[in-house]
Design a protein around this ligand. Structure first.
Ligand code: SF4
Length: 318
């Protein structure tokens, strides 16, 4: 399959004052194919949202390159239109849909379609109907204002809004929080992907929620990608200690009673400020030693297409 997205050694650093740097994204490289469902998981505050903004063109990287279809992804010149960078759409969070809008959902879709595709009259109505069918939103619901819709109906409307512009890539940064709504959204995205071929980059803190829908999964710990590989393999054999911990304490694990109460580590900005040279998980890892704290581990392949960054992987130990 053709390559759609490529990140080459991407960094995003925020200067927080004299000698204080918040390293939200550090040295991330990845490739994504046309039509692929790629999941990125990590704790709250690990840099996932920043990565989503970089890929969407909402923010420029501090260093590195982001290529879409082989061309550098430019920052959209008009801040009001940054969610509408050509080829990439960022799915609105359910809470970001304008609940005070007096315009019914179908009218908003028609407005966007008229602007982007220039269609009018019957052709416009047919396009709106096609979109509503795709996102499984009842046309009766679509004649209502967003505030009068249920949560899942608003999620369907958000996907419809995003698909109006026929993106090649849909970026979904935890648009909903409830597990059931997230599961419904993932099923909807799979359907939309199958019908249109759009690729989806999905962010969540729960690997178990994404493994069913995604082809591959990347795991981020404090701004660094620490594991990457086929979703089915990471679900069956997570190799990095951070991924193992993430799975043990995920929402799915807590809800299923597998490990009781969910634990969320302090994912605050302090974790990303002036990190030391070593592994980002060293302060919490039960296997950490002196080398882990002193040197960042290289990426080592543990199976075809599956790599981790950990000094204790058999390949890293030579
Ligand atoms: S490099 Fe060391 S600290 Fe980091 S995950 Fe591996 S064993 Fe743990």
């Amino acid at each position: 399959m053709a390559q759609l997205l490529k990140l080459e050694n991407v960094y995003k650093t925020f200067e927080m004052g004299k000698q204080i740097q918040l390293k939200a994204v550090e040295d991330i490289s990845l490739e994504m194919d046309e039509g692929e469902m790629l999941g990125i998981v990590g704790e709250p505050g690990c840099g996932k949202s920043t990565l989503g903004k970089l890929v969407s063109g909402v923010q420029p990287p501090t260093a590195g390159r982001i290529l879409l279809g082989g061309k550098p992804l430019g920052e959209a010149p008009d801040p009001a239109r940054r969610r509408f960078s050509p080829g990439v759409q960022m799915l609105l969070r359910e809470s970001e849909i304008d609940l005070f809008s007096t315009r019914p959902v179908a009218e908003t879709m028609a407005m966007v379609l008229e602007e982007t595709e220039g269609c009018k009259g019957g052709a416009l109505d047919a396009q709106v109907f096609r979109l509503l069918q795709m996102v499984q939103l009842d046309p009766v619901c679509a004649r209502r204002q967003p505030a009068r819709l249920s949560e899942i109906e608003r999620v369907r409307a958000a996907v419809g809004y995003a698909m109006c512009r026929r993106p090649r890539l849909l970026v979904c940064d935890e648009p909903v929080t409830g597990m059931e709504t997230t599961a419904q959204l993932l099923r909807l995205l799979e359907r939309v992907q199958q019908q249109t071929g759009v690729a989806c980059l999905l962010f969540d803190d729960d690997p178990d929620l994404l493994v069913e829908s995604c082809d591959r999964i990347g795991v981020i710990c404090r701004g660094r990608m620490v594991e990457f590989g086929p979703a089915a393999r990471i679900a069956a054999r997570p190799c990095h200690p951070y991924t193992q911990r993430l799975r043990q304490h995920s929402r799915s694990a807590a809800d299923s009673g597998r490990l009781g109460k969910r634990v969320v580590d302090s994912g605050d900005v302090n974790n990303l400020v002036n990190p030391g040279p070593g592994c980002r998980f060293a302060s919490r890892c039960p296997y950490a030693d002196t080398r882990c704290r002193a040197e960042y581990p290289p990426q080592t392949e543990v199976a075809p297409g599956h790599w981790i960054a950990c000094w204790k992987s058999p390949a890293a130990q030579g």
